[in-house]
Design a protein around this ligand. Structure first.
Ligand code: NDP
Length: 252
């Protein structure tokens, strides 16, 4: 393992909270220059300032991943200010579970816009930089956040789960295209992680049920996911751990 990430440029989407924030902090501690992407600029600024105060290199790049042009501009800024990305943690997402018979069409669309279109647009914006990094003889990693919901069945989660199954299958396919170019492609599929994700759930009964399950299962922490990302990117470049399913020990 090479956990010294000095010289590597890491882009993290969803870096303003939860597992993205934890991952940005961990990769910076290990020497990577990090670009923090999400919508809440105030949060990104505060986290980047923290990282810099601790001696790291970080820039805040406010962007909505459902805006393709804004993402392209963000990618250009990362390359200009830090150099081409060698790690992309494609992690931004939203979870709005609801019964299909409620017809919450706006919530279906939001999940598809962010989790599906946003994930693809992020890859589109940064894939050339990853290939460039690999072509220069350096490790390059594209890691996306899927979910246990891509594997198991949960009532009321149909649309969310399908967006995460999309991410998992997209990653499997992209590995075929990018592995030959030296870019590792992986996805992490976590069970419950204690983050703000659940706070955005608008369906009261579903949110209450999730909160109870979360408590019972003693959820993972964002830091646990950060450790996994740190592990994946530290592997020798010829080793591509393709998919990691990671569960709280007590979650069925
Ligand atoms: P958080 O809600 O803490 O993090 C979600 C992040 O995504 C935030 O930084 C948010 O920032 C960002 N985000 C949301 N929408 C957009 C957007 N349109 N453009 C840019 N950034 C956006 O939750 P988690 O850390 O838990 O979530 C991270 C990922 O993990 C998500 O993809 C989620 O689906 C997935 N996941 C989570 C699990 C859990 O139990 N927590 C389990 C399995 C998977 P901002 O609002 O500032 O834009």
């Amino acid at each position: 393992l090479s956990s010294d990430l000095n010289g590597r440029v890491a882009v993290i989407t969803g870096a303003s909270s939860g597992m993205g924030e934890a991952t940005a902090r961990l990769l910076a501690t290990r020497g990577a220059s990090v670009a923090l992407l999400a919508r809440r600029a105030d949060r990104l600024d505060a986290i980047a300032a923290d990282i810099r105060a601790a001696g790291g290199t970080a820039i805040a790049v406010p962007v909505d991943v459902s805006d393709r042009d804004a993402l392209k501009a963000a990618a250009a800024r990362v390359k200009d200010e830090l150099g081409p990305a060698g790690i992309v943690f494609n992690n931004a997402g939203i979870m709005l579970p609801n019964p299909i018979l409620d017809h919450r069409e706006a919530e279906w669309a939001t999940q598809i816009d962010i989790n599906v279109r946003g994930a693809v647009a992020t890859i589109g914006a940064f894939v050339d930089q990853l290939v460039e990094t690999a072509a220069g003889g350096h490790p390059a990693d594209l890691i996306s956040t899927s979910s246990i919901a891509a594997h198991n069945l949960f009532p009321e989660f149909a649309v969310y789960s399908a967006t995460k199954a999309f991410v998992a299958h997209l990653s499997r396919h992209l590995r075929m295209e990018l592995g030959g170019k030296g870019v590792r492609v992986a996805d992490i599929a976590p069970g419950g992680v204690a983050t703000e994700l659940i706070e955005h759930v608008t369906h009261d009964a579903v949110r209450a049920h999730m909160a109870a399950t979360t408590e019972a299962a003693a959820d993972l922490r964002g830091e646990d996911i950060a450790e996994l990302v740190g592990f994946l990117v530290a592997l020798p470049p010829h080793v591509n751990l393709q998919e990691v399913i990671v569960m709280p020990t007590a979650q069925a």
